[in-house]
Each structure stands twice: as structure tokens, then as C-alpha cells.
Design a protein around this ligand. Structure first.
Ligand SMILES: Cc1cc2nc3c(=O)[nH]c(=O)nc-3n(C[C@H](O)[C@H](O)[C@H](O)COP(=O)(O)OP(=O)(O)OC[C@H]3O[C@@H](n4cnc5c(N)ncnc54)[C@H](O)[C@@H]3O)c2cc1C
Length: 268
């Protein structure tokens, strides 16, 4: 059975960037994009693309990649197309800015309804910047379809999905009918690298661009006006560290002093 699949991908600041480049503007409560470091597709989302492509390899079908974000988010979509995705949709509108997880899920759900037919929607288990892990479940709720979270393996079995879900100390196997939304975890394994041929094919592909009015959304439904949550404060926690050097005539004496000090401070 050929499958119609949609993968939601988010572009995030590169998690491999040196911590010193991570800055927050406390006046606007926003992350300051690090200079000279390109944002990337969220790693869990690259794995969600991989999950869809593995099913496509076996059953055939179509993988549509969708992202909501600024113009640069097209690179995340193109990355997924270079991996083997078929079509890309970019939801770009200034009015989408400052949206919380609920509004993000709502916007994505409207776009998915507009795409029309779908069997499986894939998301990452969480976006690797804010780590909320809410958007996927929100999309499923808004569309009124079942969802299965933290999947490490997804297969088709008699017209249903069979999903290995990671739980503490192992995994459980869950079955669900179509259409379904599945969130993918890193235990799925490495996503495939885009090949040169894939990169060139993706570069030629035209993305579908939708704005708020294409999704029938009014100003009160988006951004700060539509949010159900309010971001009160965004900050880098201050970490204080002190160092105490334990000395002794020899190593044995220093070790005894260290043990006594650890007991005194209730570390042991
Ligand atoms: C009041 C408020 C204001 C905010 N303002 C901003 C802001 O100005 N800029 C900003 O970057 N963030 C902002 N955020 C954070 C922003 O809301 C989150 O990035 C967004 O809600 C998605 O949540 P998440 O990234 O934690 O996604 P999660 O819920 O962790 O994402 C799970 C999965 O959903 C999918 N997904 C999530 N987001 C997208 C997307 N945009 N496109 C496609 N798929 C997606 C991916 O598959 C992802 O793996 C704000 C949050 C709040 C509460």
C-alpha cells in the first residue's frame, strides 16, 4: 500500500554551536541568532524524515515536508528533500512569529488539512531547541487523529502502523489505524545523509509557500494574540562553581582529608 506521509520539520539554532555563542536578549525574551553559525534541521526531525523514507523504501508513496518559520527555514525543508522527500511546503508569515506550541500546532494542522490526504504524519519527539514536545500531540488533537509518541521503529502491518515505543528499560509495541501521527525518537538511528544527486534534485524543487490568509487564519489566531501561554522570562541560568584544594603531606593523607571533607559537606 503506497503511503501518503507528511513530516513536520523545524529549523533550530545549531545545537553543536559552542555554548559561548548562545545569547538571549532579555528585553525581547528572544534567542539572539549566533553570528556566522547557520541554523539546522532539528535532529529529531531529520530522524522523523528518515522514518518516513524507510516506509517509502518498502511501500512506496509520497513524503511531503512542511515547516513553519522564517525564510531561512526553507533550508531545513530542502535538507529533508535532499534526503529523499518529494515535496516541500514552507509556512512563512511575519504574523506567525512569537507563536507558542498551541498556535504552532494549529498553524501546522491547518496546512496539513489543506494538503489533504495523508496516512501518517511524522514529527520529532521534541524540537531540540525549546524541547517542549507538544506540537506533534497538538496537531493530532486538532486533526482528531490518534498519536503514538517516542517511536524507535515504525512498520506497516495489515493496513495499520505497528510502532515500537521507547519506555523505561525497553520498548512496547503499539498498533494504530490510519491516519495517525507518530513522533520519532533518536533510538530510530542515524538519518541518511543527503547524496549529491539528492542535493541537486532538492535545489531544483520549488517549495509551496503559504501565508496566514492561505490557511484561512485571522490575526487574532496567531502570534501573541492567539497564544494560550505567555513567555514571562527567558534567561540563561547563572551557574556558580567554587573550587577547594585539599592538601596533605602525601596522597594518603590528602585522600583521608578529602573523605572527611566530603562527609562534612554531606556529599557522602
Ligand atoms: C509565548 C511564546 C513565544 C514564543 N516565541 C518564539 C519566537 O519568537 N521564536 C521562536 O523560535 N520560538 C518561540 N517560542 C517557542 C515556540 O513556541 C516553539 O518553538 C514552538 O511552539 C514549537 O515548540 P517546540 O519548539 O518546543 O516544539 P516541540 O513541541 O518540541 O516540537 C515537536 C515537533 O513538532 C514539530 N514542530 C515544532 N515546531 C515546528 C515548526 N515550526 N515547523 C514544523 N514543525 C514543527 C517538529 O516535528 C518537532 O520535532 C515561543 C514560545 C512561547 C511560549
Amino acid at each position: 500500500m503506497a503511503l501518503n506521509m507528511i513530516v513536520c520539520v523545524k529549523q533550530i539554532p545549531d545545537p553543536e554551536a559552542p555554548p559561548a555563542t548562545f545569547k538571549i536578549d532579555s528585553n525581547t525574551n528572544k534567542v539572539v541568532p549566533p553570528q556566522g553559525i547557520e541554523p539546522v534541521i532539528s535532529p529529531f526531525d531529520a530522524q522523523a524524515v528518515e522514518a518516513a523514507l524507510r516506509l517509502k523504501d518498502v511501500h512506496g508513496g509520497k513524503v511531503t515536508v512542511i515547516s513553519m518559520g522564517p525564510a531561512s527555514a526553507k533550508d531545513a525543508v530542502k535538507h529533508a528533500l535532499a534526503m529523499g522527500g518529494d515535496e516541500g511546503v514552507l509556512l512563512e508569515d511575519e504574523a506567525f512569529g512569537d507563536s507558542d506550541s498551541y498556535v504552532t500546532a494549529y498553524i501546522l494542522a491547518q496546512a496539513i488539512k489543506k494538503i489533504g490526504e495523508y496516512d501518517i504524519i511524522f514529527c520529532g519527539r521534541q524540537a531540540a531547541d525549546w524541547d517542549a514536545g507538544q506540537v506533534g500531540l497538538g496537531i493530532a488533537e486538532i486533526l482528531g487523529i490518534p498519536s503514538v509518541t517516542v517511536a524507535q521503529k515504525v512498520e506497516m502491518m495489515d493496513g495499520k502502523v505497528e510502532v515500537e515505543r521507547v519506555v523505561e528499560n525497553g520498548y512496547e509495541v503499539v498498533e494504530a489505524g490510519l491516519p495517525v501521527l507518530v513522533t520519532i525518537t533518536n533510538e530510530l538511528g542515524e538519518p541518511r545523509y543527503p547524496t549529491l544527486k539528492g542535493i541537486m534534485a532538492a535545489a531544483r524543487k520549488q517549495l509551496t509557500l503559504w501565508q496566514a490568509n492561505d490557511l484561512g487564519m485571522g490575526p487574532d489566531q496567531m502570534g501573541l494574540k492567539g497564544n494560550l501561554t505567555q513567555l514571562r522570562r527567558l534567561f540563561v541560568p547563572a551557574r556558580e562553581g567554587t573550587c577547594e584544594v585539599i592538601e596533605g603531606e602525601n596522597l594518603a593523607e590528602a585522600a583521608v582529608k578529602l573523605a572527611l571533607r566530603l562527609r562534612e559537606t554531606k556529599v557522602i
